[in-house]
Design a binder for this molecule. Structure first.
Ligand SMILES: Nc1ncnc2c1ncn2[C@@H]1O[C@H](COP(=O)(O)OP(=O)(O)O)[C@@H](O)[C@H]1O
Ligand SMILES: [Mg+2]
Length: 208
């Protein structure tokens, strides 16, 4: 499995936020996008996820071209910027509703995903009562619970406590073993060294 970015550029209102990016991602690896605020990490993740269309260039996923052969990568889980869930549902109910779209996993797998991020699967609190870190954890659980081919996590350890960070490391290692393509962004260079196999340094829309 691979994702090949070819000459990817994105111009928004005359500003080039992504500038001629070429890169190949392979399965069984964690890729870490690193760089200052505003350098284009989130934008690049949106392009790979099919959430925004590049102005130029192609995203090739296993021989299928995004925006041409398909509208959306067929097997992907993402947490990009803030997680968005239904306020009046519990974490479990939110994941259950989302899992029902594909119908690949049942209650047991959802509970396992919640436990793996350090959330209590029997917690009756509604999402609106969740702390920032709990919301982030739910977002991570949602991204990997179905074990899609591609997992994209934008700043996954933001707002997450030390114990949570260790859980995230374990999840990333497991995804790697399962031969997934994992792409994360993180501005903490030290943590990135631990989390990622390959670091992609970005600066002003370019991959260095
Ligand atoms: N919706 C938007 N409209 C216009 N410009 C945007 C938008 N979102 C982000 N940008 C700009 O794109 C650039 C890259 O942003 P982003 O990818 O979010 O950076 P980061 O590396 O911090 O994730 C920044 O200059 C930002 O101001
Ligand atoms: Mg960002």
């Amino acid at each position: 499995m691979y994702i090949e970015l070819k000459n990817i550029s994105k111009t928004i209102k005359g500003t080039k936020v992504l500038d001629n990016i070429n890169y190949v991602f392979n399965s069984g690896k964690v890729y870490g996008i690193q760089g200052k605020n505003g350098c284009g990490k989130t934008m690049l993740m949106r392009v790979i996820s099919g959430l925004i269309r590049p102005t130029e260039g192609t995203v090739n996923i296993n021989g299928s071209i995004l925006w041409k052969d398909m509208t959306f990568p067929s097997s992907i889980g993402t947490l990009i910027e803030n997680p968005a869930f239904i306020d009046s549902y519990t974490g479990f109910k939110n994941l259950k509703m989302l899992a029902s779209i594909k119908g690949n996993i049942g209650d047991e797998e959802i509970r396992t995903a919640l436990t793996r991020v350090g959330l209590d699967s029997d917690d009756n609190r509604k999402y609106r009562k969740y702390s920032l870190g709990m919301k982030q954890k739910l977002g991570i659980a949602c991204a990997f619970m179905e074990y899609p081919d591609i997992v994209i996590l934008d700043e996954p350890i933001n707002a997450i406590d030390k114990d949570g960070v260790i859980l995230v490391r374990e999840i990333l290692n497991d995804l790697k073993k399962r031969d997934k393509i994992v792409i994360i962004a993180c501005h903490d260079a030290e943590e990135m060294k631990i989390l990622a196999d390959e670091i992609i340094q970005m600066e002003r829309g370019k991959v260095l």
